[in-house]
Design a protein around this ligand. Structure first.
Ligand code: 0GY
Length: 317
């Protein structure tokens, strides 16, 4: 199940050295047993480098192993997805060249979420749009980035609004109280990565996750990715009695969100899974998590097809 360190592709090129202890993405994912609906979108994944073509950003907090567009598209086909949404990761800072290259090589089967600086020009935004970018990401996770200046974010939001882009935010549950009002004021659609990273050791009916659910209820423009069980789980990956059933402690959280907000949820693999420290997931097993959290064919189609197409391919599939 785990492939840490075994991938022949687990390299970092361009003279970069991986962060000590880095776990490489797993090169031999099992075939999922879940029958993916036609047209399914992996709505959260990344490309890393390769470092010799697309150098990692000087300000990065980690150096990953390379994970190229070709390798991502091979995984897409292996798992049964039709499309990808590729999200700029912090190790590339605001240098979106690897992302844009992947989008251009996807044949229209990938959209992107970029990271831009406050001085980004309208021409640069137009070029990103032409390549397939449809959103910007603001990362508030302290171990990944320096603190963001909210005035800068407001300027960026102002610049991207005319193109109909949305904002992706990544934060941890303990930071939501402080950021709640700022997030609630973002006028575009907003997508929250990984359910705002709940502590799944706590009660899904408790105040912490309750605040996140309230955030979704009070702000109809807010969506969330019910992704990353492997990142959130405390019980971890072992399959129970040989069943392909892992990350059980995350299920009540994700299922709750899918059932209350079925038209505002997205799902993604998070390949190549940066910064995991205890295991590297089998992406096939991750896909088999989907029917545990979206328990009907109708919910699965909303989660994997209808919702991501509405947000990323509104002009029609
Ligand atoms: C994720 C999660 C992480 C990393 C990043 O941009 C990034 O570097 O998002 C993380 O370390 O939790 O979604 O990829």
């Amino acid at each position: 199940m785990t492939g840490a360190g075994t991938s022949p592709h687990g390299q970092t090129t361009g003279g970069f050295e991986k962060t000590p202890g880095w776990l490489d993405w797993y090169d031999g994912p099992s075939a999922p047993t879940f029958r993916m609906p036609a047209g399914a979108v992996d709505a959260h994944c990344h490309v890393f480098g390769p470092g010799d073509r697309f150098p990692y950003a000087p300000e990065r907090k980690y150096t990953p192993c390379d994970a190229s567009a070709e390798q991502l598209f091979a995984l897409r086909d292996r798992l049964g997805f039709d499309r990808n949404v590729i999200v700029q990761a912090t190790c590339h800072g605001s240098d979106n060249r690897a992302l844009v290259d992947a989008l251009r090589r996807s044949g229209g089967r990938a959209r992107g979420v970029a990271t831009v600086r406050r001085d980004v020009t309208d021409a640069e935004i137009a070029e990103l749009h032409e390549a397939g970018v449809r959103g910007v990401r603001f990362n508030f996770v302290k171990r990944l980035v320096e603190r963001l200046d909210t005035a800068a974010l407001e300027e960026i939001v102002h610049k991207i609004t005319p193109l109909g882009w949305h904002v992706v935010i990544y934060f941890e549950a303990e930071d939501l109280p402080e950021l709640y009002d700022f997030f609630s004021g973002i006028p575009t659609d907003v997508v929250v990565d990984h359910m705002g990273r709940p502590d799944v050791g706590k009660d899904p009916d408790g105040p912490e996750f309750g605040l996140f659910l309230r955030f979704l209820r009070e702000n109809p423009n807010v969506w969330t990715k019910v992704s990353c069980p492997e990142r959130l789980s405390l019980t971890g990956p072992p399959a129970l009695d040989g069943e392909r059933y892992a990350y059980t402690d995350v299920v009540p959280f994700a299922r709750r969100v899918v059932e209350e907000f079925p038209d505002r949820v997205l799902w993604g693999t998070d390949w190549p899974h940066p910064n995991l420290t205890d295991h590297m997931p089998d992406d096939g097993l991750l896909v088999d998590h989907i029917p545990r959290i979206a328990t009907t064919v109708a919910l699965q189609k909303q989660l994997l097809v209808d919702n991501p197409l509405r947000l990323y391919w509104p002009e029609g599939a």
